[in-house]
Design a protein around this ligand. Sequence first.
Ligand SMILES: [Zn+2]
Length: 177
Amino acid sequence: MTRELEATCRRCGEKHRLAHCSTINAATDPDLKQQVLDGSLFVWECPHCGERNLDAEPLLYIDPEARLLAVLSAEEIGLAVPQDGPYAGFAVRRAATPGALIELVKAFDAGLDDAALDLCKQVTRMELGKDALELRFFRLNGPDNEIIFTYPQDGEMKMIAVGFNVYEDCRRILSKH
Ligand SMILES: [Zn+2]
């Protein structure tokens, strides 16, 4: 499902009408899911100057297989899904940025619990002594399912591997509450 919106190029200031994808169902639109994962869905190129702009307008992402219903919205919104409808049992999440949405989709595809993953990030930040480091789940790696996080440093994307046991510990801690 798409809607037209008027976007302004951040470099030249020209206005451009663009088809914004407002609802994605990963089961029926696997191509769009791929565009979410590689980030291309959120980028539009200005026809006047070629600048690549970000489209972070709200969108609804539904993945029946991963049982995820996610809303991309920079603003806090109330999310209530009737528990007797077609989305009963789905995890309902808000992502504030396209980067956060991409991460959510990757985490659910990998069958990971996002709350445990968040705690795992906190632990990793503490161990690195970098409280403000912006870690993003990237993928699982190797036979031991190492957790690969990415983070920006000196204009580059770096990666760090964390043992799956750290994630499991985090999940155990959270399940006790
Ligand atoms: Zn432009």
